[in-house]
Design a protein around this ligand. Structure first.
Ligand code: ATP
Length: 286
């Protein structure tokens, strides 16, 4: 095989609880994650030599050794000794620094793609153990689907797939640094902890209304305080008929849950007209 292609899905968090900060400064989390049908596209091809070559039309991300794709490819090359060169082409569709795990899903697809392209025979568990070195969301992105992520993102439990629904994604024209948000959260006196077990039950029951009622994110208050536009988008989504709405990850993307794609598409038009969001998309769970 000379070329493999991967579709790398974005994720949203139906629930994100920051449990505590550990002595080693990592944050222990409990998160209910859902892959959604909004994808980056990666193509990996064998090339002569031993270089990692990254090509992309993407704006606003580094296309050098700092890119998570490059880091993922280097990590797996290191682990497996000498592999040939690889050219990786990225078509970026997921908004950057959005709380949608764009970089993590690219890294996950790269690890899986390298494993397949070079026939390395690594198990999913081995790929996940490599992935956590690149970021807390990478092991989950390797697994995908609807899942509970715990620990620092390395303890994963698959959940029943989120029921069919329409998911409206709206990102205001700002980027948010995950590190900054976690630091600000640490200095809060009163911390918010969503009921993750209630969300797991809602997902297992396939009950979209119960899911909407139990949406919660420990980090939302911090990011909304800094960027009130997030709160405004949430309000507009609810006015436009969302069953529930929440900031994803460390933000600033807001998602709204709707009974179906048509309702979400209708609300997308309303959100577009408000001018509050720069990137808007409608997807479903995958
Ligand atoms: P998460 O939800 O996992 O916190 P995010 O959606 O908030 O992720 P990303 O889109 O992954 O954020 O981008 C975070 C930073 O990572 C960007 O500012 C960018 O400079 C860097 N980065 C490195 N590689 C990539 C990549 N392949 N795609 C996107 N960002 C990347």
């Amino acid at each position: 095989m000379d070329t493999v292609s991967y579709k790398a899905p974005a994720k949203i968090n139906l629930a994100l609880n920051v449990v505590r900060k550990r002595a080693d400064n990592y944050h222990e989390v409990r998160m209910v994650m859902v892959s959604i049908g909004l994808y980056d596209e990666l193509t990996l091809s064998r090339i002569k030599g031993s270089d990692i070559v990254l090509e992309s039309d993407a704006l606003g991300i580094p296309l050098n050794e700092d890119n998570l794709i490059y880091k993922a490819a280097a990590l797996i090359k290191n682990k497996c000794g000498t592999i040939e060169g690889v050219k990786i082409t990225l078509k970026k569709n997921i908004p950057v620094a959005a709380g949608l795990a764009g970089g993590s899903t690219d890294a996950a697809a790269t690890l899986k793609g390298m494993n397949e392209l070079f026939d390395l025979g690594l198990s999913q568990k081995e790929l996940r153990d490599l992935g956590v070195k690149l970021g807390a969301d990478v092991p989950y992105c390797i697994m995908g689907g609807t899942a509970l992520s715990e620990g620092i993102g390395e303890v994963l439990t698959p959940l029943k797939k989120m029921p069919e629904c329409g998911i409206l994604i709206a990102k205001p024209g700002i980027g948010v640094s995950t590190g900054y948000v976690y630091n600000a959260y640490d200095s809060l006196e009163e911390k918010y902890h969503p009921d993750v077990d209630a969300m797991i039950k809602a997902v297992e029951n396939g009950d979209i209304n119960l899911i909407a009622d139990n949406l919660g994110n420990s980090l939302e208050g911090v990011t909304v305080k800094e960027h009130p536009v997030i709160g405004s988008i949430k309000e507009e989504m609810l006015k436009a008929g969302a069953l529930g709405s929440l900031m994803s990850g460390s933000g600033p993307t807001v998602f709204g849950l709707f009974n179906d794609r048509e309702e979400a598409q209708y609300a997308a038009g309303i959100i577009k007209d408000t001018g509050l969001a720069k990137d808007i998309a409608v997807a479903g769970p995958v």
